[in-house]
Design a protein around this ligand. Structure first.
Ligand SMILES: Cc1ncc(COP(=O)(O)O)c(C=O)c1O
Length: 362
């Protein structure tokens, strides 16, 4: 991203560049008045837990944290011993983007990266890895499976796919964690119940992301296996994730869960990505890559288009994965006009003749 001078309408680098929903800001202002009990003993934290219980159709425990990485690393630590392994996709955030926090918080469990299209774990690979050297003291013990919903490439596991991975996990006696940094996007895309997508399919702990979809600084761990709650509480405190003024995390999440704001925001972000994909398919030389069911679009753009967009001041990631591969991310704050202007710019640069000597975009 080129910096804070980039106009908001031209930022497609991530969904965490967006601000916060007005409802959430108003809730923060209300929470700032008066006094409230600290460390999660306040009424708003209790309300968040109640709301999540309703959404997931059962009693759940909830820990509010300030980052998705903390939610993931704490959850994994509560599901594996230090000599265990975490089976995850090779492109997963826990494997690539958390600076070894899962290994650190678990006191040394090993991440075993697996393959599969669209950053979804391939069931055959999981089946083999789940029993690999189980019980052999010379090897790490397969302990937990980590899946991301929606995935890092913007795909969404179908309900059947989650159920399949859930049953392989259960049959092998492992635990199941879901990184739901974009869980709302997955629910909005599939239209199925949060309960079906998680605990009914075998998910033990869910990192319930919210920061990418409207909150300011608050995510949550939703605990379905409540035998893990006490340990998680100690771990969260020890990790500096038990906020004294928890009411501010809670205020954000409470507003996020009120009147389906979380689903409305996610549906909007998904719709903006769909609009972008549809427009991109009409531009010659542009190729979409993989399934983009939620709010992340991967595509190949000719070199002159990438350079033209950068010169126009657009912010997005490119050439990080492979030369010519670009990622656009939409959010609750993206407008249809933002998307249409981006499409107009892509079309304009695609129409220009490629510079002499330039290699065509891959
Ligand atoms: C799939 C996924 N998981 C988790 C996270 C949480 O990251 P952070 O610790 O930056 O909130 C992200 C953010 O990019 C993500 O994309």
């Amino acid at each position: 991203m080129s910096g804070i001078t980039t106009p908001a309408s031209r930022v497609f680098s991530s969904d965490n560049t967006a601000g916060t929903s007005p409802e959430i800001l108003e809730a923060m202002t209300r929470a700032a008045a008066g006094q409230a009990l600290p460390y999660g003993a306040d009424d708003t934290t209790a309300s968040v837990r109640r709301r999540l219980g309703e959404i997931f159709e059962r009693d759940v425990d909830v820990l509010l944290v300030s980052t998705g990485s903390a939610a993931n690393a704490l959850s994994l630590a509560a599901l594996t011993p230090p000599w265990g392994s975490v089976l995850c996709h090779r492109d997963s955030h826990i494997n690539n983007d958390e600076c070894g926090a899962p290994e650190f918080y678990t006191a040394g469990a090993k991440l075993i990266p697996l393959g599969g299209d669209d950053a979804k774990i391939d069931p055959q690979e999981l089946r083999a890895a789940a029993r690999h050297k189980a019980g052999d003291v010379h090897s790490v013990e397969p302990s937990v499976v980590g899946i991301t919903q929606a995935t890092e490439t913007g795909a969404v596991y179908t309900l059947d796919e989650i159920r399949t991975l859930g049953s392989i996990t259960e049959e092998a006696g492992l635990r199941l964690h879901m990184d739901g940094a974009r869980f709302a996007g997955a629910v909005a895309a599939l239209g199925c119940t949060p309960a079906d997508l998680t605990w009914r399919a075998g998910v033990d702990l869910l990192s319930f992301g919210a920061t990418k979809n409207g909150t300011m600084t608050a995510d949550a761990i939703v605990v379905f296996d409540r035998s893990r709650t006490a340990e998680l509480a100690f771990r969260a405190k020890r990790a500096g994730q038990l906020a004294s003024k928890m009411r501010f995390h809670a205020a954000q999440l409470d507003a996020y869960l009120t009147d389906d704001l979380w689903l409305r925001n996610a549906a909007h972000a998904n719709a903006m990505a769909a609009r972008l994909q549809e427009g991109l398919t009409a531009v010659p030389g542009v190729g979409l890559l993989g399934a983009a069911d939620a709010n992340i679009v991967f595509c190949r753009l000719p070199r002159q288009v990438v350079q033209g967009l950068l010169a126009d001041g657009y912010a997005f990631y490119h050439d990080r994965w492979e030369p010519g591969v670009v990622r656009f991310v939409t959010s609750f704050a993206t407008t249809p006009q933002d998307v249409d202007q981006l499409l107009e710019a892509v079309g304009r640069h695609a129409d220009r003749p490629a510079p002499v000597g330039a290699t065509p975009g891959p």
